[in-house]
Design a binder for this molecule. Structure first.
Ligand code: NAD
Ligand code: DAU
Length: 350
């Protein structure tokens, strides 16, 4: 029986990965290690928390001793590392936190894996989940490939780029069996309402202003989170050691067009007539260092592992909006506490 460590499993993408692995692989023991920051919520995993092959450990990846002991105790044969500080705006107001978790935390995990995995390396796998933001910003044309030069612009993407470099260095220097994937923007259920799509659903529902950064002309490539989780499953099991795989939705949207689409869908669902929600659009000061465009070439993943996105965006967005409208209690729970303070600092002083 394999024991797999998933870090950050109580967060948005991590909870979908934990759910998929716990249900699909009853013969694996899945250990979810999460610090439960503002972004981590065990309510995201209610449906699998009683499964016999699932366990949760509350802990901080920055704590090297804890990580070392956990590796000794559990004898992991695989790691899927998602724990991170993940929000660009927060990295602008507090960059250091991103260095601790994203860089030091990743190095702690690499060290523990390196010291714990002395033999049968072909049966071990350290999978680091990264982002397309490490590649910087595209102009009007072109796509990020696995060969695109790193050019991060935010403290968040700089910390993720740094962690990617450490992962590759541990492969090249110590022979650690690593694999990395760099994914585009995810959307779907259980995403904390600080990111564009859940924040705007929440604000439209509550008739609050929709704070569009700059002119709303930035472009993102949106992927349904369950398709990302499926890609992670494929890459963890069949990806080649030492390789990088880009994951994307082939689904580019200018922010303002996406926001207008969300307004139209929500007007229909909330029985609002006369384009009511669009009136909430408010242009605010642009994000510092705001990357213009991200778009992913995921042909390597398609070619080698036969992965393609399963869902059309309009269908996925409808499903996502329905989920947030039907899970008001979850939203209330995660937006209590520090959320109000964050919202005031981020938006009301802009
Ligand atoms: P998230 O912010 O929703 O969740 C992060 C999780 O990590 C939370 O559960 C949090 O409690 C946990 N965590 C944070 N610091 C920790 C620490 N020091 N020790 C242990 N746990 C800690 O993030 P997400 O959007 O689910 O992203 C997951 C991963 O995927 C990140 O590595 C992110 O860089 C990457 N990624 C995200 C996207 C996206 O669109 N959201 C796209 C590509 C890649
Ligand atoms: O590309 C992958 C990345 O996608 C991940 O690595 C990050 O973890 C994830 O947060 C996401 O980063 P973005 O910065 O692209 O996502 P966000 O939802 O914060 O913003 C999407 C776009 O919307 C971006 O151009 C900024 C804009 N925006 C965002 C917010 C929160 C607004 O105009 N207003 C807002 O209030």
């Amino acid at each position: 029986m394999k024991t797999i460590l998933i870090t950050g499993g109580a967060g948005f993408i991590g909870s979908h990965v934990v759910r998929l692995f716990v249900k699909k692989y009853p013969d694996y023991r899945i250990v979810n290690l999460d610090k439960l920051t503002y972004a981590g919520n065990l309510a995201n995993l209610k449906d699998v928390e009683k499964y016999p092959n699932y366990s949760f450990v509350k802990g901080d990846i920055v704590d090297g001793d804890l990580i070392r002991k956990l590796f000794e105790e559990k004898q992991f044969s695989g790691v899927i590392h998602l724990a991170a500080e993940s929000h660009v705006d927060r990295s602008i107001s507090n960059p250091t936190e991103f260095v601790f978790t994203n860089v030091i935390g990743t190095v702690n995990l690499l060290n523990a894996a390196r010291h714990s995995w002395k033999e049968q390396l072909e049966e071990k796998r350290f999978y680091h989940i990264s982002t397309d933001e490490v590649y910087g910003s595209l102009g009007e044309a072109g796509l990020f490939t696995e060969e695109t030069r790193y050019d991060p612009h935010s403290p968040y993407s700089a910390s993720k780029a740094s962690s990617d470099h450490f992962v590759r260095a541990y492969h090249d220097t110590f022979g650690l069996p690593v694999v990395i994937s760099n994914c585009s923007n995810n959307y779907g259920s259980f995403q904390f309402p600080e990111k564009l799509i859940p924040l705007f659903i929440h604000n439209i529902r509550n008739n609050k202003p929709l704070p569009v950064y700059g002119k709303g002309e930035n472009v993102r490539d949106w992927l349904w989170v369950e398709d990302h989780a499926r890609a992670i499953d494929e890459i963890f099991h069949r990806g080649r050691v030492g390789q990088t795989y880009n994951i994307g939705g082939h689904n580019e949207w200018k922010n303002i067009d996406l926001i207008r689409l969300m307004c139209r869908i929500m007007d229909r669902k909330l029985n609002r007539v006369g384009g009511t929600s669009e009136k909430l659009i408010t242009y605010v000061k642009d994000r510092a260092g705001h990357d213009l465009r991200y778009a992913i070439d995921s042909s390597k993943l398609q070619r080698e592992l036969n992965w393609t996105p399963s869902l059309q965006f309009e269908e996925g967005l409808e499903k996502t909006i329905d989920w947030y409208l039907e899970n008001e209690a979850w939203l209330q729970e995660v937006t209590s506490g520090d959320y109000q303070k964050y919202y005031e600092e981020q938006y009301l002083k802009r």
